[in-house]
Design a protein around this ligand. Sequence first.
Ligand SMILES: Cc1ncc(COP(=O)(O)O)c(C=O)c1O
Length: 486
Amino acid sequence: MVSSRSVDLDELRALLGEWRNGSGSLAERLAAAVEQAIERGELLQTWRLPAERSIAEELGVGRSTVVRSMEVLAARGIVHRVQGAGSFITGKRSSPRTASLPPGLRSKYQMGEYTGPGIIAATVPSSADLPADALTVTASELLDASPDGEPPGSGYHLAGLAGTRRAISAMLTAHGLPTGPNAVIVTTGATQSLSLVFDQALAPGDVVVVESPTFPPTLDLLRRAGVQVVSVRTGDAAVDTEGLAKVALKARAKMAVVTATCNVATGHSVTSEDRRALVRIAEAGVTVVDDCTLADYHPMPQPRPLAAMSDQRSIITVGSFNKIYWGGLRMGWIRSHPTLVPSLVRTKAKTDTGSSVPSQLILAKLLRHHDTIADLRRLQVQRRAAATRDFIGRELPDWIIEGPGHGPAMWIRLPVRDSAEFVAFAYQQGTAVGYGGMYRSDGRASQHIRLTLTSGDDEVARGVADLKAAWSAFPDRRRTRKGNAR
Ligand SMILES: Cc1ncc(COP(=O)(O)O)c(C=O)c1O
């Protein structure tokens, strides 16, 4: 748990910095500065702020200004005011930004149904491209022996079939992360991998540092775990990883969750210097979860996962085959220090008794073609990214594509204060795209949309053309044009 402590006046003044700069009343500016310090992980849940009268004297403002700013923060659920005892940081925010999406779209997201006319909201590589001979499981394989000669027996293999664990460990080793089969757990996907790691390692009240933007279900899982999420923003679309590492130490974080090789939204990778900063915080005891789900989309040569730089037990790597092979496979993995495997397996056993054997048999066969499939996927998204860039440059010149262009998605900044209304409007017109606000933990507005490139060439082209038609018809396009929300 995060221990309660009193923040002293000097510390608070330093945290608030140039709080008077900005817009709104003095009380609103003060409230915003407190909120930003919470977001940076410099004020933590349960900490107590100094008395309002003392804050007023320290900052040279009237007491009523401080009272009003605390009222603003209390109304947003960010502080809890206790008569006579001061204000405590709760760190909780009002409902996340997805609430601004229309119920139809929200429930589609929640149900994972992205199959609108323009399939550009989800990462959905096609099974049609996979080698057909790898997609079969014979009766004898199920009854007698897996591809490398082991009988699946009862079918209950909590950590995964031995042959499949071997195939995953061989793939990781070939990609520069030496791994034995006893360090691998087969899961139903990276979402389950993250969920197991969080269940096993976190307790309510722990502080967890994440990137912003990050994979939305990571945020959902962390909220469910009752932890305090501190997110580190992007600067020019790249995550400030060194800043993230610093915040993790300062906030005494239990965990940092990063996508060191391909950010879910921007496609950015962490530089080798920043990777060292992440390894250092792992050495200092912070559990670093390196989500490699999209790493295969990174152009070759790919940087090696963080765990290849240090054998720290506190670096856990997770990944998936659902985004590079096919979503319907439902296969992912955790790679951890072998001593952590038994407790992760026990955690998995609470909700299932082992991943599907037929899927694991197919996966072991697909893994023989891993590099060929990954090459194909990279080529496909690069081709669609180039066509989409051309189209946007020509037809939507005030849309800004951010990020290096790696990965299966594009992160696009629209000339509006908040893209939620446009995302909802486009959906009503029949085109689904990701709303940027879902990829950040702070519940604030976002100018961004996320557009995926994994459905077919024609589908992506049609989806982007439909999006342009929706933009032309979007009534608020002009009214909201001048905006600078991040
Ligand atoms: C970064 C990241 N992590 C995890 C996942 C979840 O993957 P899975 O479908 O295997 O649960 C995704 C899916 O897009 C992702 O992009």
